[in-house]
Design a protein around this ligand. Structure first.
Ligand SMILES: Cc1ncc(COP(=O)(O)O)c(C=O)c1O
Length: 405
């Protein structure tokens, strides 16, 4: 695989960022966009634009076909059984809110327990907290081990007869731990428990097979998958999406509207109220094509090599403390440097053109557990090279010099 060639497909790398070549190590936050995705948005708006699913004129029908075409591509890409199991949302956050809200309306009862983990992003905690407030459900937390992992045994130990739902990340956006989602799902289903997966960090970096994972819901963030912002995907098993109530009301999601009654549309329209992110959906087809052209196995191999390399570099760099050391790890290197605030690390690295993230990464529960207010995080994508990680290490050394470490 020729990474230099792949990198050339991303126009941002032709830019000088504050007079530096860009070393982009913030893909867990959001990935850069290949030209084919950007061009597709432009082409759709300039040559093909219409709203979808409404008018019968030529442009409207053509746009609707393109929109539905992406749904089919997503279905195939994640090996879902049915295109009706693919719902477009405005992001993974909305997908997770949709699941929590609709299960809260119709399935979860007062006193039921939802099991999440200490690794969860706020998007996979706050929606359940809303139900704790409104429905008096209880939230339990599976705890991380020393390596920053969540084991199957830990999940099993936190299941009680009242556990109705387990909601877990596929890949931690802080420790990089890849959770044994398939095994957790098997265990949960053997006890009649629903499984929701926050797949934000899983979808861009791991091979996805919904029929094999067998989870009930899987949330995807398209802007982390070399796709446009303002778009997410919710995979939901058909039986659930048919059974649950709608999430938002408005145009497009109804069947019949009378003064005294309303009936709702069929799947997937039932969950796609209002004008959707049409251009983004249509362009997302190109993101899938881009990933398919490389092959997810190649993506996984390249990123695993990068992480191993980066981990070794940072482990050797004294005063850098890596967060977590999971056996199965994705492309995330979170770290602290004693005596330097992560925001200072990120600001100093930025002067060398090295873009990383600093903060709690929307994981305050995890940072509380680790007893730190924040951390610095370098995360990789398909366009990164070992030289990028060398530059990261060199810039960390510059930062240490400034702080006399
Ligand atoms: C693990 C995880 N969950 C959820 C989200 C939220 O995704 P979105 O931006 O698509 O709403 C993110 C994004 O940072 C994430 O990393």
């Amino acid at each position: 695989m020729n990474i230099d060639q792949i990198k050339k497909e991303f126009p941002i790398f032709d830019e000088k960022i504050q007079n530096n070549d860009l070393v982009y190590l913030d893909s867990a936050n959001s990935s850069q966009k290949p030209k084919i995705v950007v061009d597709r948005i432009n082409e759709f708006y300039t040559k093909q634009f219409s709203n979808v699913g409404r008018s019968v004129h030529y442009l409207a029908v053509a746009a609707t076909n393109l929109y539905e075409n992406t749904r089919s591509s997503v279905q195939k890409y994640i090996n879902a059984k049915d295109t009706n199991e693919i719902v477009f949302t405005k992001g993974a956050t909305e997908a997770l809110n949709l699941v929590a809200n609709t299960l809260g309306q119709s399935y979860l009862q007062e006193g039921d327990e939802v099991l999440i983990t200490e690794l969860e992003h706020h998007s996979n905690y706050v929606p359940w907290h809303f139900l704790r407030k409104s429905k008096n459900i209880k939230i339990n937390f599976a705890e991380i081990n020393e390596e920053g992992e969540i084991t199957l045994e830990e999940i099993e130990s936190k299941i009680t007869p009242k556990t109705k739902l387990i909601s877990i990340t596929h890949l931690s956006n802080v420790t990089g731990a890849i959770l044994p989602v398939k095994e957790i799902t098997q265990l949960a289903h053997s006890k009649g428990i629903i499984v929701v997966v926050d797949g934000c960090q899983g979808a861009p970096h791991l091979k996805l097979d919904m029929q094999d994972l067998d989870c009930d819901f899987y949330a995807i963030s398209c802007h982390k998958m070399y796709g446009p912002t303002g778009l997410g995907v919710l995979y939901g098993k058909k039986k659930w999406l048919e059974e649950l109530p709608p999430y938002q009301g408005g145009g497009g999601m109804i069947n019949e509207v009378k003064k005294d009654r309303i009936s709702y549309g069929e799947l997937p329209n039932k969950y796609e109220a209002g004008t959707m992110a049409t251009a983004q959906v249509i362009a997302f087809d190109q993101s899938i094509k881009f990933l398919e052209s490389i092959g997810i196995e190649n993506v996984m191999k390249h990123e695993a090599d990068l992480v191993e390399y980066g981990q070794e570099l940072l482990q050797k760099n004294n005063s850098v403390k890596l967060i977590g050391n999971p056996k199965h790890k994705g492309g995330v290197l979170s770290f602290t440097i004693e005596g330097v605030h992560p925001h200072d690390i990120a600001t100093i690295l930025d002067e060398d053109g090295v873009a990383i993230r600093a903060g709690h990464h929307c994981c305050q529960i995890l940072h509380d557990k680790l007893n730190i207010p924040a951390s610095a995080r370098a995360s990789v994508g398909i366009y990164n090279t070992k030289e990028d990680l060398d530059q990261l290490n060199e810039s960390i050394n510059n930062c240490k010099k400034i702080f006399n470490l």
